[in-house]
Ligand binder design. Structure first.
Ligand code: ZN
Length: 317
């Protein structure tokens, strides 16, 4: 069985690092990740360059990444303007964040949740009118809790997911950017997401802020989730929580999935080569993960390799 590990380091990771990685270094890292077997990489964000100067070269990075054979090039766009830029640059897939928490939505993208849902609808109309017709994935952030509001109502999360699918999103995933999720909650919400959205139910974006990242992955696997975001070295900690670790670590995730007999198509030696490029490009930046320190271990073997699924974000049957 194939599990899609969607590498988000070049976007989620680099946007929270204060230094800006040069475009050619980003492309060298992305090429190394693809050579290691990463089939989908979120390479940048089409946010206003004044807000995130680290992402100002998104067009160039998307165009450069498009030259890598077999790679699905994904980019984040927070609004319609960003979607226009992402389509013009030729991104294969665009992810749009929609916050389940009203306060977080206003703080993050200066739109209410309702306005953000309508913006996804306008983005889908733009997609339908485009020649390239990129996939549009909506990611519901703060789906498991919010640093401003605390608890987020689960019925509300599911209502938002249904509304986003109704607006034409190709898939709707659930995101825990602050590391509030626990495995029981992950099972509940993804079970309901699959029941309501069928094959439009998307993947899981989990953070390891409280050490629950991989436990939450296993919970999600148990209820049929087959796409997981992760970042190399776990970069992407919240800029407002100093010392907070970020996304689940790609290397640790790949080791766990492969050891469980789940094919990711990713090679850990190749990931080590990519990590060396990342470390050399951001000297002094903390990189996380257990596997890179200790290696795969005696007796480790990869899952049986099969054909990779063409599409991401599909719910398992
Ligand atoms: Zn993240």
């Amino acid at each position: 069985m194939f599990i899609l590990v969607s590498e988000v380091g070049p976007r989620d990771g680099l946007q929270s690092v204060h230094r800006t990685m040069a475009t050619d270094r980003k492309l060298a890292w992305i090429a190394a990740l693809a050579a290691a077997g990463c089939r989908e990489i979120e390479v940048g964000s089409f946010v206003h360059p004044k807000l995130l100067p680290q992402m100002a070269d998104a067009e160039a990075v998307v165009r450069g990444a498009l030259a890598i054979p077999g790679l699905t090039v994904m980019a984040l766009a927070p609004n319609l303007k960003g979607v226009e830029r992402a389509i013009a640059a030729g991104a294969h897939k665009i992810t749009m964040p929609v916050s389940a928490s009203e306060s977080h939505s206003l703080a993050n993208i200066r739109m209410t949740t309702e306005e953000a849902i309508a913006e996804v609808g306008r983005a889908c109309a733009l997609r339908d009118a485009s020649a390239t017709r990129p996939g549009i994935e909506a990611g519901i952030s703060t789906a498991f809790g919010c640093t401003i509001e605390g608890r987020v109502d689960e019925d509300r999360v599911i209502r938002i997911a249904v509304a986003l699918a109704g607006q034409g999103a190709d898939s709707v995933g659930l995101s825990d950017g602050v590391g509030y999720a626990n495995p029981a909650q992950v099972k509940r919400l993804f079970t309901r997401l699959h029941a309501e959205l069928g094959d439009k139910a998307g993947g899981a974006h989990l953070h390891n802020t409280r050490g629950q990242g991989l436990a939450n992955v296993v919970a999600a696997l148990d209820v049929g989730v087959i796409t997981f975001d992760a970042s190399q070295g776990g970069i992407g900690g919240c800029p407002y929580s100093p010392g907070a670790t970020g996304n689940i670590v790609t290397e640790d995730l790949v080791w766990m999935l492969e050891a469980m007999g789940l094919d990711t198509g990713i090679d850990l030696d190749g990931m080590a080569r990519a990590r060396a490029i990342l470390a050399a490009s951001l000297p002094g930046e903390p990189l996380y993960g257990h596997l890179p320190d200790v290696g795969a271990g005696k007796g480790f073997s990869y899952a049986t390799r099969g054909p990779a699924m063409e599409t991401a974000g599909k719910a398992a049957a």
